[in-house]
Design a protein around this ligand. Structure first.
Ligand code: GLY
Length: 380
């Protein structure tokens, strides 16, 4: 359908779309990024692939996340062939552990609900947890096991996507801010940037937390996406101290193959504030120690934060915007930007190259919020 495609936003979503477009025959693909590509939420993430651990039911969101999860083995293999970078796809699985009565009851209820919905989840006794994760605290009461969840090294994913996109001929323009999508005769014709106009035949908004700042045809956009800060830290442990991704006693732990353990994360509605707060970091560290006591002895390597792009219901915004067929949203991936990168790239690419929109574009259209607002307004 389109020849010159301009993607605003160089996180994993924008980069995955750019790469996929070039691989599937898209012509002139450009990414413009206001800073350095891949250095916002994509860099700050933990790389968890957790469609099952974070699901309550089998709904469209679960299906989207699961489809994307199943694309990861080929995505990782292709990226490695294209770039030599191994993105560290790890399918050891995810554990969710209870350390008190209340949490145990909640996890047992969750398991019942998930099993009824045919989500694959197992129950582990303390002895079984001790056998597969000997470093977990002896205070553990029980756990859930999600064998189909896992993780990737998100910073390696960024590096692989940048290298692949460049090799396939994507033009990456950094330190250029887009402010307005230019609309003529009901079609997107490019964007206005801080260094002038950039023409294109289609525009993709992969702008994450900054989506609401991009005007459309000179008018403030109705896409409401706001940042939700997540603070994290990492410690250096011996490789293998922890093997699974673990949702523990007030924090999650993501063990990397080199022994680092990432600990996260806060969920804070504080605007674009990107300070790391030592009190929050210490509280995460204490939660990690309650889960795996040996973490007390480990040195903190790094602490950081990132901004998750959140729309009102926590789901992504995908597909044409305001009925403008060559203006496509790929944003608001909130807690699942890494997980949803291959499926988002696939759906947006199919649409831009063939004109055929996925059923997910209806479900995750920005218009769903207009309907919700209208209903809320009717009730007032
Ligand atoms: N995906 C984990 C988080 O957003 O903290």
């Amino acid at each position: 359908m389109s020849r010159r495609i301009l993607i605003i936003g160089g996180g994993v979503i924008g980069l995955s779309i750019a790469r996929e477009l070039r691989l599937r025959g898209g012509h002139d693909v450009r990414v413009i990024e206001s800073g350095t590509v891949g250095r916002e939420a994509s860099w700050a993430a933990a790389g968890m692939l957790a469609p099952n651990a974070e699901a309550d039911e089998i709904d469209s969101f679960y299906r989207l996340c699961s489809e994307s999860n199943s694309l990861f083995p080929s995505f990782a293999e292709e990226l490695c062939d294209e770039t030599g970078i191994d993105i560290g796809l790890d399918r050891t699985g995810t554990l969710e552990l209870a350390f008190d009565d209340k949490r145990e009851r909640a996890l047992r209820a969750k398991r019942q609900q998930q099993s009824a919905a045919s989500i694959e989840v197992g129950v582990l006794s303390p002895a079984e947890i001790g056998a597969i994760e000997p470093a977990v605290s002896a205070n553990v009461r029980m756990g859930l096991e999600y064998p189909n969840d896992g993780q990737v090294e998100n910073r390696k994913l960024v590096d692989a996507l940048v290298r692949s996109a460049r090799r396939t001929g994507v033009e990456i323009i950094e330190n250029r801010s887009a402010s307005d999508v230019l609309i003529e005769s009901g079609r997107a014709v490019g964007v206005m940037s801080d260094r002038g106009r950039v023409e294109s035949d289609a525009v993709v908004l992969a702008t994450g937390s900054w989506t609401s700042y991009i005007k459309i045809g000179g008018v403030k956009s109705s896409l409401n996406v706001k940042p939700i800060r997540g603070q994290m830290l990492s410690v250096q442990g011996p490789p293998g101290l922890v093997k699974h991704v673990i949702y523990g006693a007030g924090a999650y732990l993501v063990p990397r193959s080199d022994g680092r353990i990432l600990v996260g994360a806060t969920v804070e509605d504080v605007g674009f504030e990107k300070e790391v707060n030592p009190v929050a970091i210490e509280s995460l560290r204490q939660a990690a120690i309650r889960t795996v006591p040996a973490i007390r002895e480990l040195e903190i390597l790094e602490s950081w934060c990132g901004l998750r792009p959140f729309a009102a219901d926590g789901g992504p915004i995908l597909g044409p915007i305001n009925g403008i067929e060559n203006l496509v949203a790929a944003t608001a991936h909130y807690r699942n930007g890494i997980l949803l990168s291959p499926i988002t790239a696939k759906l947006v690419t199919e649409y831009l190259l063939s004109g055929v929109g996925s059923e997910y574009f209806q479900i995750f259209s920005a218009d769903r919020f207009k309907t919700a607002n209208a209903v809320a307004g009717d009730k007032q």
